[in-house]
Ligand binder design. Structure first.
Ligand SMILES: [Zn+2]
Length: 390
């Protein structure tokens, strides 16, 4: 059967009202991380798992932070669709109560409507429609609801992968947008530059060496810094963010120390070592011009390696063909953000990210998702899953 025929079957079996009821009950249950408390959703998740006939495995590092893996089928290959149950705090500026969802002009409002509860509801509704269509398949479908995405996934995806969860493919409905799927993510390295000077009285700055001024000569180049390194052309160039600066003791003392913290995002093809080498070369250049410069590189405190799904991946092909067949315009790109797709990819599980977003409403007040986009995603994801497991 052709993909568009399959998608038509799934569309006709998709129950929009059930999907929205599930989404409303998800938003109404506060799972702000920290602390998360995703266990509060237990009954709701288990009811949905039962409705799709999934065999449920619960993997928890902490009983209040469960991860639900619902298994349908037994064969190969296996495809997981993984959404998270936690949300960021509501913050200020909401027109309505963030945990009392409502519908207005084809949109559902509430904290988590998009990120990531809408996606959880859409992936469930899509799988349910697929099963209702009576289409036979050989492989295994994993419908997953995980904890702790917003604070680093130590209790979530990181933990289930550590415990041996290893599907052949994964869909992560948590980045990209309705017409953009993400096939790779940059890496990140956070580290300090520490500048040393010589203290003296503020009335005689010429007698000291100002550590702040010395390091400012270096970081003033960082707005548009050319790393002059080769990398995978599917990525945008590496970037530097000067995130924090601290230094000095008083207005009337020449600053003898200054610390600058950087967040460097870099593509596949570049390594952390190359970044650090490039940075120390830059310091050397400055030292040659000014022998009073004493800037040292600190240890990398946060690191994420870059990743990209292989070009010939069946996952990308299935996504591409399905989107095309059902008439959804779709670009495939890389991003500088970091999602659980990275954890999966770096553990040997090709994972693509895509989402129903069209207006970048993540983490803002009056977060919303378009119902129409949830329906499109439900059909697309279920069709892609079917294409892989058929
Ligand atoms: Zn998210």
């Amino acid at each position: 059967m052709e993909i568009n025929e399959i998608a038509t079957k799934i569309t006709s079996n998709l129950n929009k009202q059930e999907m929205l009821d599930f989404l409303f009950s998800l938003i109404e249950t506060e799972t702000v991380n920290p602390p998360g408390n995703e266990y509060l959703l237990h009954d709701i998740i288990m009811k949905c798992m039962k409705e799709i006939g999934a065999e449920v495995q619960i993997i928890s590092k902490d009983e209040k932070r469960p991860n639900y893996i619902g298994r349908i089928g037994r064969g190969e290959p296996s495809v997981a669709i993984i959404s998270h149950m936690d949300v960021v705090p509501p913050g200020e500026g909401w027109t309505h109560h963030p945990f009392q969802p409502y519908e207005n002009e084809g949109k559902i409002y509430g904290r988590g409507a998009l990120d990531n509860k809408g996606c959880l509801a859409a992936s469930w509704a899509g799988i349910k429609a697929l099963l209702k269509s009576g289409l036979k398949f050989k492989g295994t479908i994993y419908f997953c609801a995980v904890s702790d995405e917003e604070m680093g996934s130590d209790y979530g995806v990181e933990y289930i992968v550590e415990k041996g969860f290893k599907p052949d493919y994964a869909i992560v409905p948590d980045s990209g947008s309705i017409d953009k799927a993400v096939i790779g993510e940059k890496g990140a390295a956070w580290f300090d530059l520490e500048s040393f000077g010589k203290q003296s009285h503020g009335s005689t700055p010429e007698l000291g060496i100002n550590a702040i001024i010395k390091v400012s000569k270096l970081i003033s180049n960082f707005e548009k810094f050319d790393f002059n390194l080769k990398y995978d052309p599917r990525f945008t160039p590496p970037t530097i963010n000067v995130g924090m600066v601290s230094g000095g003791n008083a207005p009337n003392i020449v600053a003898s120390r200054c610390k600058v913290t950087l967040d460097i995002r870099y593509p596949v093809g570049i390594t952390e070592g190359m970044i650090l080498k490039r940075m120390s070369d830059e310091i050397e250049v400055l030292k040659k011009k000014d022998n009073e410069v004493d800037i040292r590189l600190g240890e990398v405190t946060t690191r994420h390696y870059p990743h990209i799904i292989e070009n010939n991946s069946k996952l990308i092909d299935a996504f591409k063909n399905t989107a095309k067949e059902i008439g959804m315009p779709m670009e495939f790109e890389t991003s500088a953000g970091i999602t659980v797709a990275k954890i999966l990819n770096l553990n040997g599980i090709p994972a693509i990210a895509h989402s129903p977003d069209s207006d970048k409403t993540w983490h803002i007040s009056d977060e919303y998702v378009k119902i129409e986009n949830l329906e499109k995603c439900a059909v697309l994801w279920a069709s892609v899953i079917y294409e892989l497991v058929r």
